[in-house]
Write a protein that binds this ligand. Structure first.
Ligand code: AFP
Length: 325
């Protein structure tokens, strides 16, 4: 049954509604490549057990993490759809050590940094996972090389993520605009279901790995204790799923630095920058605890960062406790 009705499709939105972004068809082609890839990925995610495609490849990635077979499949799918869009000059991927430089002239095309399947450890147990994308415009006349990908988050022109949950939802952020589209699996269209998303002022939830509390420094323990005393805990362990809930319902996500991980756990270019950009366009904020995520000038493609992300007021309160020492 097709339930899309007369809702605006993603394609229609991209044709008419890029609004304040100042972007036109080129960005639209990149977003459609993400949408097309995500439809293939969600099919694989939903059928993985049946197709005997769960489990690991037996390899570790550049982050020294075990590669799941679906990590590899998702990475291959998005590299292919983005490369075929004709608008992408280079792709940085959590699963691939060096950037993929796409052959051919893409004019003023785009650079995409992605985590093709976030939440790998949840794949085998049917818990929500997702894909994350940060999108930068190539500098005019630039010949793209590995260093072209090392751009700060505030230079993103768009960011997107897809949640593979009880429904498949694609959220697209451009300047001051965040829209959510739900996949109608019968028609194959993403239809607008969440227009003009703003993080609610109320903040019912905090999301953090409470098991790490003992290895946090004292100021960070105080900050988490403050969150614990005021809000309900919700923690999926897939950043996309935790962020998506907090974006729609109000909430804060925290994966701070700890004694063993001075640089935090999450990746700046594939997780913190894109979701920080989405949060800011929806009225929220993203910080390391000491610095706005969007202002970090990256030194390495795969670098990690502490991340405090969500309702602006609560991010600011949390950061203030950390900085007070
Ligand atoms: P995986 O992709 O290896 O499952 O990691 C997921 C993740 O990067 C992010 O999505 C979660 O928020 C975070 O790690 C969970 O980390 P912990 O398991 O240490 O809480």
């Amino acid at each position: 049954m097709v339930v899309t009705g007369n809702r605006t499709t993603l394609q229609e939105h991209l044709t008419s509604g890029l609004g304040e972004s100042g972007q036109t068809g080129g960005l639209g082609a990149v977003v459609l490549a993400i949408a097309d890839g995500s439809i293939l990925v969600q099919q694989q995610v939903r059928q993985a057990a049946l197709a005997d495609a769960l489990g690991t490849t037996g390899e570790t990635n550049v982050q020294n993490e075990i590669v799941q077979r679906l990590d590899k499949a998702s990475s291959d799918i998005f590299v292919e759809t983005l490369s075929a869009s004709g608008q992408v000059a280079a792709i940085g991927c959590e699963e691939i050590e060096r950037p993929v430089i796409v052959a051919g002239d893409v004019g003023d095309g785009f650079i995409v940094l992605m985590d093709p399947l976030d939440g790998s450890s949840n794949i085998d147990v049917a818990v929500s996972i997702g894909s994350i994308f940060g999108i930068w415009q190539k500098r005019p006349d630039e010949t793209v090389n590995d260093d072209s990908l090392l751009r700060p988050g505030h230079e993103q022109v768009a960011a997107a993520y897809v949640v593979y949950g009880s429904s498949t939802v694609l959220v697209l952020a451009t300047k001051n605009n965040v829209f959510g589209f739900t996949l109608d699996s019968d028609s194959g269209d993403f239809a607008l279901t969440h227009p003009d998303i703003k993080i609610p002022v109320e903040c019912p939830y905090y999301s953090t790995n409470e098991g790490n509390n003992k290895v946090l420094d004292e100021p960070t323990q105080k900050a988490i204790a403050q969150l614990r005393s005021k809000y309900s805990l919700r923690y999926v362990g897939s950043l996309v799923a935790d962020f998506h809930r907090n974006l729609l319902k109000g909430g804060i996500f925290a994966y701070p630095a700890d004694q063993g991980r001075k640089d935090g756990r999450l990746r700046l270019m594939y997780e913190a920058n894109p979701l920080g950009y989405v949060a800011e366009q929806a009225g929220g904020a993203a910080s390391t605890g000491y610095e706005r995520i969007m202002d970090i000038v990256p030194a390495q493609l795969h670098q990690r960062t502490p991340l405090i992300l969500g309702n602006k007021d609560v991010v600011e309160e949390t950061v203030a406790v950390i900085q007070a020492g």
